[in-house]
Ligand binder design. Structure first.
Ligand SMILES: Cc1cc2nc3c(=O)[nH]c(=O)nc-3n(C[C@H](O)[C@H](O)[C@H](O)COP(=O)(O)OP(=O)(O)OC[C@H]3O[C@@H](n4cnc5c(N)ncnc54)[C@H](O)[C@@H]3O)c2cc1C
Length: 531
């Protein structure tokens, strides 16, 4: 994703520059199938690297599917198009961690705005209107789902309030707001549609095997998988959070002991390469409707779902993010760290800790037959950290991806609290519980979720159903592996720009952060006199 955006911007900012973009996957710009909601089915398809995680210790060894885009435009070809910025607190923490205010919320706001062609003029201080990515909401394109007002009422009854302007993307995210998507009238905008590659030379179906690093630790180009060497003044690695650390390691940049183990000459020993992997856990739950004949869910006989606009975009209206009680957080931090440091970053600011979405369709194994709706919950600020490493020096071998999900007490405590909350929201004293939802339909072998479920039961649900939200990041973290100008420490003429540089867990689906990162990075690189 980033590679397209950065190449496009650099060509725009430095017209005479010769830029080569190398992508392992195909160019799918001519493939109209990828544009619509059902195109999420490309997960597991030919534009997905289709990784499996290492066996997860806290999931009793279960391995998790880790999809990752493999095409020009990367993840933008298979992602869900959800557009979520996260909160001011996320970026202020980022700026603090790296000691550079360009990466704080105010530092990044101009670049967020630069990415966006926002769909209304309500909040001009927070949104751009002439950016490359069309952002819309279901309501703005007339996708008013039958349950939309009910969900809104239910959140208000539950004490979760609408954000000003119904805007989930203006720096505050505790509350609820409209879903936003980077779609144009429901159609996916892949990165090379939004960011023109005119004037950029593009090599698709071409795998980079390693970065050429000379004896002065200067990057001088790349070696392709077929052995061809291509020389250049600057190299930017944007192979994503799983393959960028692999590429660095295969080039002799990474933890010394890993490189030596695989017989790779050590150019620069950077222990942080591959570390700090973080992803958001997602848990889906199905909820049986009291009266399916009302036509609330996809698959029902409600004629509205046959209208063309309902065949595009994700079938939901609102996103709600909720906190957890501070004493719970302190107790969990004490268990993880042996003490509670009042300066702990989770205690210094107010955080939305769980994203909650009600979707108007069932999730497998329940069929889309109109009898169920579902919820998706995503832990926003996990403290579990994993790693990416290599199994060999062969670039064709997949990296080993170990997100180490659900490893900390903080993460467990957040999930326990939030699963009880969703049970209460869906089946308790809200309009949903009173009039719409019968009960949870659990996966085989489990009892329906209830507000008084035990910690052990709730943990078992996450262990059994927790999946990736496809947000792997942090494996070449800014401050550790790259400096705040995106330069790999100890190597000249080499930068990393992609999700791997995010130094902290962003409390949101990460593409908005990654697109803004790429905008700012392109500006930094184009202003670098040495570049
Ligand atoms: C299924 C799925 C759904 C998602 N849904 C959402 C969502 O709704 N909202 C949201 O905010 N985020 C979502 N994301 C996350 C978002 O798409 C990613 O965070 C984003 O794509 C990361 O961008 P990137 O440039 O870092 O890496 P990528 O987009 O993964 O790009 C890396 C590119 O490098 C190529 N590459 C890798 N190795 C090599 C090599 N050795 N040689 C040449 N090329 C190579 C890859 O093929 C790929 O095209 C989703 C991701 C997935 C996978």
């Amino acid at each position: 994703m980033v590679a397209t955006e950065v190449a496009s911007r650099l060509k725009q900012y430095q017209r005479p520059a010769r830029i080569l973009l190398i992508e392992a996957g195909p160019d799918v710009s001519g493939n109209s199938d990828i544009l619509h909601f059902s195109s999420l089915n490309f997960i597991g398809g030919k534009f997905d690297w289709g990784y499996k995680s290492a066996p997860q210790k806290s999931y009793d060894g279960r391995q998790i599917d880790i999809p990752s885009g493999r095409a020009l435009g990367g993840g933008s070809v298979i992602n869900g198009c959800g557009w979520f910025r996260g909160s001011r607190a996320d970026y202020d923490s980022w700026g603090e961690v790296v000691g550079d205010q360009r990466w704080s919320y105010d530092g990044q706001l101009p670049y967020f705005k630069k990415t966006e062609k926002w769909y209304n003029s309500l909040n001009p201080e927070s949104h751009g209107i002439d950016g490359k990515l069309q952002i819309e909401s279901p309501i703005s394109v007339g996708r008013i789902y039958p349950l939309a007002n009910t969900i809104e009422q239910a959140w208000e009854e539950f004490g979760v309030h609408k954000l000003p302007g119904n805007d989930f993307n203006a720096g505050a995210n505790i509350g609820f707001g409209e879903l936003n998507e980077n779609r144009a009238q429901g159609a996916r905008q892949i990165a090379p549609f939004a960011y023109s590659l005119d004037g950029v030379t593009v090599l698709t179906d071409t795998m980079v095997a390693s970065i050429l690093v000379d004896k002065n630790n200067k990057a001088t180009g790349v070696r392709l998988a077929d052995g061809t060497e291509i020389h250049s003044d600057q190299v930017i690695a944007s192979a994503g959070a799983y393959r960028t650390p692999q590429l660095l390691m295969l080039s002799g940049i990474g933890p010394k002991e890993v490189l030596e183990k695989h017989g790779i000459e050590v150019k620069v020993d950077i222990p942080g390469v591959g570390q700090n992997l973080n992803d958001h856990i997602m848990v889906y739950l199905n909820w049986k409707l009291k009266n399916p004949s009302k036509g609330y869910a996809l698959g029902s006989s409600n004629a509205i779902f046959a209208e063309p606009r309902f065949a595009t975009g994700t079938p939901l209206s609102y996103i709600a993010s909720t906190e957890v009680p501070r004493p719970d957080l302190e107790a969990a931090i004490a268990k993880d760290e042996g003490k509670v440091d009042p300066n702990h970053y989770l205690l210094r600011r107010e955080w939305a800790m769980m994203e909650n979405i009600v979707m108007y369709l069932a999730i497998p194994p329940v069929g889309t037959d109109g009898t169920h709706i579902s919820t998706a919950q995503m832990g926003l600020k996990p403290t579990s950290r994993g790693a990416v490493t290599i199994v060999s020096k062969n670039p064709a071998d997949n990296p080993v991806i170990d997100p180490n999900y659900f490893a900390t007490e903080v993460d467990k405590s957040v999930w326990r609290h939030s699963l009880r909350k969703i049970a209460s929201f869906m089946t308790g004293n809200t309009v949903l519980g009173r009039d719409i939802v019968e009960c949870e339909t659990p996966f085989p072998g489990f009892a329906p979720l209830s507000v008084d479920a035990s910690d052990e039961y709730l943990d078992s649900r996450v262990k059994a159903h927790g999946m990736s939200t496809f947000h792997g990041c942090g494996t070449c973290a800014m401050g550790t592996v790259v400096d705040t100008d995106l330069r790999v420490k100890g190597v000249q003429n080499l930068r990393v720009v992609d999700a791997s540089v995010l130094p902290i867990s962003i409390g949101a689906h990460i593409q908005a952060a990654v697109y803004a990162l790429a905008e700012q990075s392109a500006t930094i690189i184009s202003q670098d006199k040495a570049a």
